[in-house]
Design a protein. Structure first.
Length: 508
């Protein structure tokens, strides 16, 4: 199919389409260069580099914006309006038109200001988090909220600004559908978590308590990446304050972090980022820098990371495979069984405050807290100064725990330092999508568990490549899921999965 797609691009395309595609490739190349600078800022740049880096990134943002919104882009799109296009070309025009119309509505000076604010806010967030000092970050957050309100108003002054911002990350699913899924998760998970906390089940976790040096954890993380087949010829593993993945199908880098008291957390984080990288590296190379070579959206991207983290990395089958490598690195865990590792990795925590360390169930309540706070901030229903108290109150209400510090509370995530309001819901949407995709893969791949236990990931990687990765942004979210699974996107597979898994684990 990739060969057919490539042939489609060089055949009898309208002249305006070829000209548009050339423009798209140029501005996406500028965006890709900005991505490398952003990766460097979070991984390798010395702290003193921020003033220059903020200008570099704002300049590239301005150039990118000018290229997208140039009159010629609009003229080419208008010229193609009535053309008979193949399905793939029509998809490219659809995606470019969406990007053009949003960008064209926003003044370039606002784009530059948002970019500069992000660079400055990132450094302020890192210091505020280290010092547990929300007041240091608050002015930057306040500025981001104001700038993003302006951004949303330029795009559509008559709509909910938070919904407009959400579409930056998930343009194909409505806010109504998203809130419906989040409500369904809350209705399913809250009573399930309560039942788990009241159960008499005791899961094996003691074996994995202690101190596990970061250097050894990095070796374990690399073992895991080697096992699942991460292509180090096109990627890197580094450490950052907040794990992330950045790149394209030729160069996709991942980062993780290490807590010396939680070696399983590093394994989960690394496999999670591998899922992101595997998606990016699996996009069609011949369509690089065009919509057909770009990921669909963040919900789909997150489905790939959560599928590998939860449905593979947290499975018994994976630990049959990986436990020998783990215990070799950490001989003090020599007595651990596969069941011990499975139970420890799937324990539902009663007192975890940190989203990226959360178990598979309470994770979504962490997301709901962030979603509700950022929505209220953007809508003007919550003042920045009141964020710590609102955060702590919601944690107490939804999770039964209250942070003692802002470092463990509202300062723990990097997203607001970038002004990424509307990003958080995609994490839960992606988890839901992962369950639906994995259930379909299990139906179509004979004895998938046995293959995972044997270290044979080729069929799963091939299934995901065939049904998700190779399509780039050709299909909108629901259509992509429906083509892969035969059903519209829904939470059904996720609720079935967690009810079966945690019902068995905790006897509920």
């Amino acid at each position: 199919m990739a060969t057919e797609a490539a042939a489609d691009d060089v055949s009898d395309a309208p002249e305006a389409y070829d000209a548009l595609l050339d423009r798209v490739r140029r501005w996406n190349t500028v965006g890709s260069a900005a991505g490398v600078l952003g990766w460097d800022q979070q991984v390798m740049m010395p702290e003193g580099g921020t003033p220059a880096r903020s200008k570099q990134l704002s300049t590239l943002s301005s150039i990118n914006h000018d290229m997208i919104t140039d009159d010629e882009t609009g003229e080419l799109l208008d010229e193609l309006e009535d053309e008979e296009l193949t399905d793939e070309r029509a998809a490219v025009v659809r995606e470019v038109r969406r990007e053009y119309e949003r960008a064209d509505a926003v003044p370039v000076d606002l784009v530059e200001e948002i970019s500069e604010t992000s660079s400055e806010a990132l450094q302020a967030w890192e210091r505020a988090r280290a010092d547990d000092d929300f007041e240091r970050f608050a002015p930057h957050l306040e500025k981001h909220v104001e700038l993003k309100r302006q951004y949303a108003e330029h795009i559509d002054p008559d709509r909910d600004p938070y919904e407009v911002l959400f579409e930056e990350f998930e343009p194909c699913l409505s806010m109504e559908r998203t809130e419906s899924i989040l409500d369904e998760l809350r209705e399913t998970l809250v009573p399930m978590i309560d039942a788990i906390r009241e159960s008499d089940a005791t899961l094996a976790v003691d074996t994995f308590e202690g101190q596990f040096p970061a250097g050894d954890q990095e070796a374990v993380a690399r073992d895991a990446l080697d096992l699942v087949g991460y292509d180090f010829d096109r990627g890197r593993l580094d450490v950052s304050s907040h794990p992330f993945t950045s790149g394209n199908q030729f160069d996709c880098r991942i980062t993780t972090r290490f807590d010396e008291s939680d070696p399983l957390g590093a394994v989960g984080s690394t496999i999670h980022e591998y899922g992101h990288a595997q998606y990016t590296l699996g996009l069609p190379r011949e369509h690089w820098a065009t919509p057909l070579g770009d990921s669909r959206d963040l919900s789909v991207h997150e489905s790939q990371s959560r599928l590998w983290e939860n449905h593979v990395g947290r499975s018994r089958a994976f630990w049959e495979l990986f436990l020998p490598a783990f215990t070799e690195r950490f001989p003090e865990t020599d007595d651990a069984t596969v069941e011990d590792a499975y139970e420890a990795f799937n324990q539902v925590h009663e007192d975890n405050l940190i989203r990226v360390e959360a178990d598979e169930l309470t994770y979504h309540l962490h997301i709901v807290v962030r979603f509700e706070i950022e929505r209220d901030l953007v809508r003007g229903d919550l003042d920045v100064a009141d964020v710590p108290e609102a955060w702590n109150d919601k944690y107490e209400e939804y999770l039964g725990i209250r942070p003692d510090t802002d470092g463990d509370g509202c300062l723990q995530d990097i997203h607001w330092s970038h002004g990424n309001f509307g990003y958080f819901p995609t994490y839960s949407l992606g988890s839901v999508m992962a369950a639906q995709l994995f259930a379909a893969a299990e139906r179509e791949i004979d004895d998938l568990d046995a293959k995972i236990a044997a270290g044979d990931f080729e069929d799963l990687q091939g299934w995901l490549g065939e049904n998700v990765h190779r399509h780039g942004s050709r299909y909108e979210t629901n259509e992509l899921v429906k083509r892969a699974t035969g059903e519209d996107f829904s939470a059904d597979a996720f609720t079935d999965y967690v009810e079966e898994k945690y019902g068995e684990l905790y006897g509920i």
